[in-house]
Design a binder for this molecule. Structure first.
Ligand code: ACO
Ligand code: OAA
Length: 368
């Protein structure tokens, strides 16, 4: 029998799974995705490369990347009735909940739902990734009394996603910064949402169910929801002094500051946040307005001094999305859309090499 002292709150540091997908190597300071350093990949590769790497296991050739793009585009169409269901949700529903509902409902349209083979699961992953820009953006648009928008298949997948969000053709810089944000968000070892999806998949439940659980997990502000909370703080503060003052007040009240800290990176900045900070600088230079960068740097300095805490990816992704013209309620759904590539890779892996998750408890209740 397992001893009670095996209990670790929040499973901190516990090895929960074997995986060949990714590792946070805190000693070498690397995020390893199928053998490659994610930060190196972000300098040379696109989100479509990461989709292929995560689902197929190797980096694609140019022709294979092009085939990924074509496959995703061929799956852009969302069934009309899924859009109708989004229309029925109460206005004011968060698009994350719209996204969760649409993914859940999509199970009913899968004519091979009970086929959990690698081949069927991969096809399903590409289908869902293809549909996610329309599901995500149109959840937001419908819930805000706007007409759904159609994808533009002449644009690459990520540029089309940004186009659907803003309704404008992105510049080359905007498209490449958005693509990089998707790449950086695509996979990150065993965060709460990935663990959730693997736990669900381990009962032989299907990919839609595992992803639906993962959306719910990612929504919380201790996880993906932090990017929206960061931007709301920055927007409401309006100035560098206003932002610093707000952070100081929150710290006095012992509140958590969203966008700082990480379960794994304790004493340094999330390397992905550094990359998004570079993108923020580029956008500030291009737009001739450095306010958001100045605010973020002042917040970063204060948090290092006062708490010894450093930014995570959400802290710098938030102002980047703002400068790209993305409405705040879409920040976490975009994170989820990108992460679906990693999540699907984990669900595939779980189905291929399964052991049911069923841990035990440290009982603290009464016993008569
Ligand atoms: C892409 C992502 O999903 S990254 C995560 C995004 N989430 C956030 O940014 C939310 C804000 N951050 C946090 O809440 C945390 O840092 C987490 C949840 C990400 C990880 O934290 P955990 O490993 O659970 O650490 P925990 O919450 O126990 O914090 C340890 C200590 O640091 C403090 N701390 C950690 N993060 C923060 C923060 N953001 N602001 C203020 N204090 C913090 C805690 O208050 C605690 O202090 P104490 O020991 O004096 O009580
Ligand atoms: O790893 C985590 O716990 C959270 C995170 O940064 C991510 O999911 O990208």
């Amino acid at each position: 029998m397992q001893k009670d002292d095996a209990f670790v709150p929040g499973l901190e540091g516990v090895i929960a799974s074997e995986t060949a997908i990714s590792l946070l190597d805190t000693e070498q300071e690397q995020i390893i995705i199928r053998g490659h350093d994610l930060i190196d990949l972000s300098a040379q590769k696109t989100y479509a490369d990461l989709v292929y790497l995560l689902l197929e296991g190797t980096l694609p050739s140019d022709a294979e990347r092009q085939a990924v793009e074509e496959t995703l585009k061929a799956n852009y169409k969302v069934p009309d009735t899924v859009t109708d269901i989004l229309q029925l949700l109460p206005k004011g529903t968060h698009p994350m909940d719209g996204q969760r509902t649409a993914i859940s409902v999509s199970a009913g349209y899968d004519t091979t739902l009970d086929d959990r083979s690698l081949e069927a699961n991969k096809k399903r992953a590409y289908d869902i990734l293809g549909q996610l820009p329309a599901i995500t953006v149109n959840s937001y648009r419908i819930l805000n009394q706007m007409e759904p928008i159609d994808p533009d298949p002449t644009l690459p997948y990520s540029a089309n996603f940004l186009y659907m969000i803003t309704g404008k053709q992105p510049t080359a810089l905007e498209a490449s910064i958005f693509d990089r944000s998707l790449l950086l968000y695509s996979e990150h070892e065993m965060p709460n949402s990935t663990f959730t999806s693997r736990v669900i998949a381990s009962t032989h439940s299907d990919m839609y169910g595992a992803l639906t659980g993962a959306v719910a997990s990612l929504k919380g502000d201790l996880h993906g929801g932090a990017n929206e909370a960061v931007m709301t703080m920055l927007r409401d503060a309006e100035s560098v002094d206003g932002f610093v003052h707000r952070l100081q007040e929150k710290l006095k009240r012992k509140e958590k500051i969203m966008g700082f800290g990480h379960r794994v990176y304790m004493k340094k900045m999330d390397p992905r946040a550094l990359k998004m900070k570079e993108s923020l600088k580029q956008l500030c230079d291009q737009q001739g307005d450095s306010l958001l960068l100045d605010m973020c740097e002042a917040g970063e300095e204060l948090m290092a001094q006062e708490k010894g805490l450093y930014p995570n990816l959400d802290y710098y992704a938030a102002p980047v999305y703002w400068m790209l013209g993305v409405p705040i309620p879409l920040y976490t759904p975009i994170f989820f859309s990108s992460r679906t590539a990693g999540l699907c890779a984990h669900i595939l892996e779980q189905h291929e090499n399964n052991r049911l998750f069923r841990p035990r408890v440290k009982y603290t209740g009464e016993r008569n």
